[in-house]
Design a protein around this ligand. Structure first.
Ligand code: PEP
Ligand code: MN
Length: 353
């Protein structure tokens, strides 16, 4: 159950509500100190009615559908996640995040990062800790991969997004100042991980689990937000495909307008994992931007046939350039000048800190 507090409610009022719940044998937790909500468990309907009348309470929700903090009802205006001068969501033009599935070596990550930057990427995305289905497949370089990513950021001025595979490595992500933590499809329902990244305050990109509906995905975002972290970007990456489908997953493009109606959080689209084959990536990317995505997450590799992870779906640097130029020609991707100006803002922030 959720108790929504008035914005002007006081600490004393919060304490009184919590005490009343606990006196009656329930449990109450206060969340997000600024725009507080109290989550309560184990209360009878009559006690909830009583709490609804206490000073400081705006409303008591018996049935929120698990979504309040991320809902349009609570916040009609779009959330804009700003990372080192780059805005994702709201009226900002689509943001490009590109890179290899996995960081494989210094030479590989720098080569790809240079191409991504030239194509207009604001973020380099690359995995240091790879969650692989096959335990014998390349698992990533681990901390060495994070080190290479932060070197890319410092040398090329690209923001970094990389996946947290396990909660035990969160400290490393903080130590290497990773700009955005990717929660992969497999961990979308790892609630302890969601709470922890929520507490870390680092912006999060939350991928959709391919077996989950939009409601479950937004509830996962709610776990992060309940810990006080509103810097959440959703990432649609395809849902379980029908038998006989030619693609690895089925890109749910309807999720773009549906999430926009239900939530103020920005949503980016990953056409690479949805397609599973580089042939289909550009068309899906164009469709995602046309549908209103706040950005694209695209896997790119200069030697895709030798890639240690997800080579078949990685497009070449030339295809990435072509895709971005085509989108620019339609006015659907920001110009080179715009991206450069944003990069200058990145440097400005760097030199100030
Ligand atoms: C990835 O982004 O490389 C990845 C493993 O994606 P997902 O979690 O969507 O499968
Ligand atoms: Mn991948």
């Amino acid at each position: 159950m959720l108790v929504i507090l008035k914005s002007e409610s006081t600490r004393e009022e919060h304490e009184r509500i919590m005490e009343r719940v606990e006196q009656a044998g329930g449990r109450a937790e206060l969340h997000v100190p600024k725009e507080s909500v109290i989550v309560i468990n184990g209360c009878t309907p009559s006690l909830l009615d009583e709490i609804g009348l206490l000073p400081g309470v705006a409303s008591v929700r018996h049935n929120t559908g698990g979504q309040w903090l991320s809902s349009r009802e609570r916040q009609p205006e779009d959330t804009v996640v700003e990372i080192r001068g780059c805005c994702i969501g709201g009226d900002a033009p689509p943001v490009l995040m590109a890179g290899p599935c996995a960081v494989e070596s210094r030479d590989q990550v720098f080569q790809i990062a240079e191409h991504a930057k030239r194509a207009g990427a604001s973020f380099l995305r690359g995995g240091a800790f790879k969650p692989r289905t096959n335990p014998y497949s390349f698992q990533g370089l681990g901390e060495q991969g994070l080190e290479l990513l932060s070197e890319v950021r410092d040398r090329l001025g690209l923001r970094i997004v990389t996946e947290l595979r396990d909660v035990s490595t969160l400290d490393l992500f903080i130590k290497h100042e990773i700009d955005m933590i990717q929660i992969g499809a497999r961990n979308m329902q790892n609630y302890e991980m969601l709470r922890l990244v929520g507490r870390s305050g680092v912006p999060v990109m939350l991928k959709r689990n391919p077996a989950c509906g939009i409601a479950e995905w937004l509830q996962a975002a709610e776990y992060i937000m309940l810990e006080g972290n509103s810097q959440v970007v959703l990432c649609e990456r395809g849902v379980t495909a029908a038998r006989g489908s030619r693609t690895r997953y089925m890109l749910d493009l309807a999720a773009v307008p549906i999430v926009k109606e239900m939530s103020h959080l920005p949503l980016v689209v990953d056409p690479s994992h949805a397609a599973g084959d580089r042939k289909w990536v550009p068309a899906l990317a164009r469709a995602a931007v046309a549908a209103g995505a706040a950005g694209l997450l695209i896997e790119v590799h200069h030697a895709a046939d030798e890639a240690l992870c997800d080579g078949p779906q990685s497009i070449s640097p030339a295809t990435l350039h072509e895709l971005v130029s085509g989108l620019r020609a339609l006015g659907q991707m920001p110009s080179r000048q715009y991206v450069q100006a944003r990069r200058a803002k990145f440097k400005l922030i760097e030199s100030r800190s």
